[in-house]
Design a protein around this ligand. Structure first.
Ligand SMILES: [Zn+2]
Length: 309
């Protein structure tokens, strides 16, 4: 079954100026997918996530701060993270797209969905935006799955080249959410050592695989596969969320490891096989990083094609 794609022009209105995380990323993805015949199953007009839904992961005063900065004409949340006048609205709809995607998959209308949204989310902490991220879209979706659908086992797979520190932080003590991140290390944001495995009841439900710059494609995929077919499968997720960043591509201009376009298809197949075994293939993926305007769209196409095959 082909995945539904969630996209809206509102995500282009988050205006970062001269910045690697810019609207051209989504435009290049959209145009490439159209050319490839992969733009049929698109849903636009996502709802806005409510303050309560965002508040499941973020402090109320931080949400209010983001809204105020945007309403005041914009500013910076940290040296990398721009807020423009329309950023708050884009961000609440980005989170809302994931919630719509979760509802579509949980409602059985579709097996999987891919959210082509920005701003991205996986670095956003409860009370602090960072690393181009305002609200942690994937974490908000995991809270929503717990609260609305009463799920007890949710897996978040994060293959963005950077460690998903915000997502890890959100669920570090939570045994209901297994967080697995594979990332370049040492690298931004500095977290994600293999020794970070969760705390309290959440001990063991955080899995970090830091990998060095220079690792081969085959080694990378093999490490990924071992975690998916080992601890993730054993966890038995009822739903799988993917923080799909594509900045581990060999040519990524701000990061990069050794991966080629088709490797993102391979990673997707591995996740899909596990999800099919444990939860009928329920997957919602969301765009995180990936900054090469030539390569990013091809990586996304490989991901979507693999999810739908
Ligand atoms: Zn990244």
């Amino acid at each position: 079954m082909k995945p539904i794609l969630f996209y809206d022009d509102i995500f282009l209105e988050h205006d970062t100026g001269h910045h690697p995380e810019n609207a051209e990323r989504l435009v290049s993805i959209r145009e490439h997918l159209k050319k490839q015949g992969l733009w049929e199953n698109v849903r636009t007009g996502p709802r806005a996530a409510t303050e309560q839904e965002i508040g499941a992961n973020h402090e109320a005063r931080y949400i209010a701060h983001c809204r105020k900065v945007a309403a005041g004409g914009g500013g910076m949340l940290d040296p990398d993270t721009v807020v423009s006048p329309r950023s708050y609205d884009a961000a609440v709809h980005a989170a809302g797209a994931l919630l719509d995607a979760v509802d579509a998959v949980m409602g059985g209308k579709v097996e999987s969905a891919v959210c082509l949204v920005r701003p991205p989310g996986h670095h956003a902490l409860p009370a602090q935006g960072m690393g181009f991220c305002l609200f942690n879209n994937v974490a908000i979706a995991a809270h929503y799955l717990k609260q609305k659908y009463n799920l007890k086992k949710i897996a978040i797979v994060d293959w963005d080249v950077h460690h998903g520190n915000g997502t890890q932080d959100a669920f570090y003590r939570d045994p209901a959410v297994l967080f697995f991140s594979i990332h370049r290390y040492p690298f931004y944001p500095g977290t994600g050592a293999a020794t970070e495995t969760g705390e309290g009841e959440g001990k063991g439900a955080t899995i970090n695989k830091p990998v060095p710059y220079g690792i081969s494609r085959a080694e990378y995929v093999s490490i990924f596969e071992d975690v998916l077919n080992g601890p993730v499968k054993e966890f038995g997720p009822e739903f799988v969320l993917i923080s799909a960043g594509f900045d581990a591509h060999v040519n990524d201009p701000i990061a990069g490891l050794s991966l080629e376009d088709e490797d993102f298809g391979a990673l997707t197949r591995i996740v899909k096989q596990v999800a099919e075994g444990t939860c009928g293939g329920k997957i919602v993926a969301t765009l995180e990083g990936g900054y090469g305007l030539g390569d990013l769209p091809k990586c996304v196409a490989a991901h979507i094609t693999s999810l739908g095959s």
